[in-house]
Design a protein around this ligand. Structure first.
Ligand code: NAD
Length: 511
């Protein structure tokens, strides 16, 4: 049964029905905004942005703090909406969709000023004698924000906070799979007293997202799949609109012989199964050195078998959020089985539950000839491969089209850092699952097909700005150096100067 499907509409807008993936019952309907409506939203945002950009950082931060208040006050409403849309475990809804947004919004409210205030930059060479250089971080204008379904609130709220603190307005196209929680975020900004039209949600599907890119936005912040990311990049390139792409991953976990095995096994289980495995930085493949392989696998299997899966009450692993993702998970597991993988736990849809539930699964005897080790599965699957040593683990970790994140497990943190620095990914965590997205100081972004550009941290904040160099002459009076008329005397003097400046040791030191 489709979680999102078109239904008959009376007006001009296409109408969609949304079901809960846990109960399969309808939970709401929404209408896809037309291209004209998206453009009108961007025009309204543009007007709101002009006023917003005049506010000081403190004034912008005050609005963000009021948004944090809204999160604190309305957390049950957010949690319930996200659970209805996704069927995720309540702990995950609290941690990802309330705690994490609050932490990030508070961070940017506090720290944006130190990153984005105009900065004097020291100059080198002779120009420093007559000029001063300042870098001013200008807002870009209207940001088009396009988000996926696996973290419907956090993946909107975190870029929203950055874009707003940088002085931009935002038009947001949430995923058609989770279109309802975004309306709560929009209503929270209204109740927090945000200027009208500064943040607007335009519900819709891929067509609506494509229309947003064509609507004249000044930057696109996209999070989603590699396939859509390529289309977004092409559309942005045609319009010469700057963009960031946060795309899929196939994160590797490396378990060294000296790892704390209990901790590593627990990390493997939560890293693979958290958010039903719908985590861009989820652990998708695990390489374990042979001396600890058997003990590690036994530990993981025991933990996975103890996981509770349900559609109500207290449980660990929830529903698969989308029927299309369930198809992918099932086909990857079937492909692995057909090619010789051994199912140590789970391995099938949960027959006891009505909704879209795939049992937490452990696969061993996997290899890179299987999709489960090469393509993004995005499901609650722990796939474990035995390796000879750490060198083989590093080689296999890098043998991937993706490069989002990864983890290394060893009691020797320096060794872990050395291994991490040889892995070609956006980031690496040592002795923990990947939590980098939740650390606002850290720039976040994938390599290879996992993305382009970085979000979060000072780098992410500045990505919502144009860094404008302003060069001022200290005196501002008198003759312009090197100006007309050109004379032979001046040319000879210039050549002599070049010889002294870069042709002598003293000159080089001075320059
Ligand atoms: P998706 O690419 O199908 O959709 C993402 C968004 O793009 C949705 O809002 C969708 O409506 C919109 N869209 C679809 N076609 C479009 C087009 N032509 N132009 C503009 N917008 C369009 O991705 P998904 O299935 O919603 O999300 C899952 C993917 O997101 C996974 O691959 C996951 O790894 C990735 N993801 C990455 C990160 C990260 O930070 N790197 C974070 C979360 C999720």
């Amino acid at each position: 049964m489709a979680i999102v499907e078109a239904v008959e509409s009376t007006g001009e807008r296409r109408r969609m029905l949304v079901r809960s993936p846990a109960s399969l019952e309808p939970i709401g309907e929404f209408e896809c905004r037309s291209a004209a409506e998206v453009s009108a939203a961007v025009e309204r945002a543009r007007r709101a942005q002009q006023q917003w950009a005049r506010l000081s950082f403190d004034e912008r931060a005050a609005y963000l703090w009021r948004l944090v208040d809204q999160f604190v006050r309305r957390q049950d409403e957010i949690i319930d909406a996200v659970i209805a849309e996704t069927g995720k475990a309540r702990s995950e809804a609290i941690a990802m969709e309330v705690y994490s947004p609050c932490d990030a919004i508070a961070y940017y409210a506090k720290h944006a000023a130190e990153v984005l205030s105009p900065q004097k930059r020291k100059m080198h060479g002779v120009m420093r004698l007559t000029k001063t250089l300042r870098i001013v971080y200008q807002p870009l204008g209207v940001v088009g924000l396009i988000t996926p379904w696996n973290g419907p609130v956090v993946l909107a709220a975190v870029p929203l906070a950055q874009a707003l603190m940088a002085g931009n307005a935002v038009v947001h196209k949430p995923s058609e799979v989770t279109p309802l929680s975004a309306l709560i975020l929009e209503s929270m900004t209204r109740d927090a007293g945000f200027p009208e039209n500064l943040y607007q949600v335009v519900q819709g599907d891929g067509q609506t997202g494509a229309a947003l890119i064509e609507s004249g936005v000044d930057k696109v912040s996209f999070t989603g799949s590699v396939a859509t990311g390529r289309r977004v990049a092409e559309a942005c390139a045609r319009r010469l609109v700057p963009f960031t792409l946060e795309l899929g991953g196939k994160d590797a976990m490396i378990v060294c012989a000296d790892a704390d095995l209990d901790r590593a096994a627990a990390g493997a289980v939560i890293g693979s199964c958290m958010n039903t495995g719908h985590y861009c930085c989820g652990t998708e493949r695990i390489y374990v050195v042979e001396s600890v392989y058997d003990a590690f696998v036994a530990n993981v299997v025991e933990q996975v078998k103890a996981l509770r899966q349900s559609d109500h009450g207290e449980f660990d692993v929830g529903a698969v959020f989308w029927d299309r993702q369930l198809d992918i998970i099932e086909s990857h597991v079937a492909d692995a089985r057909a090619k010789g993988a051994v199912v140590r736990a789970g391995g099938r849809r949960n027959p006891a539950l009505k909704g879209l539930f795939f049992e937490p699964t452990v696969l061993t005897d996997v290899d890179h000839g299987m999709e489960i080790m090469t393509a993004e599965t995005f499901g609650p699957i722990v796939a474990i491969k035995k390796v000879r040593d750490e060198e083989e683990a590093i080689r296999l970790a890098n043998e991937s089209d993706y490069g989002l994140n990864g983890t290394v497990w060893t009691k020797d943190v320096e060794k872990g850092i050395a291994i991490a620095s040889r892995i070609h990914t956006g980031g690496v965590c040592i002795n923990d699952m990947t939590i980098t997205y939740g650390i606002p100081e850290a720039p976040f972004g994938g390599r290879k097909t996992s993305g382009l550009g970085q979000v979060n941290g000072p780098e992410g904040l500045r990505g919502y700005c144009h860094a404008q160099p302003i060069l001022a002459d200290k005196k501002g009076t008198g003759k312009i150096q090197g100006g007309y008329p050109y004379t032979r005397k001046q040319e000879d003097g210039m050549q002599k100067f070049i010889r002294i400046l870069w042709g002598t040791r003293l000159g080089r030191w001075l320059s």
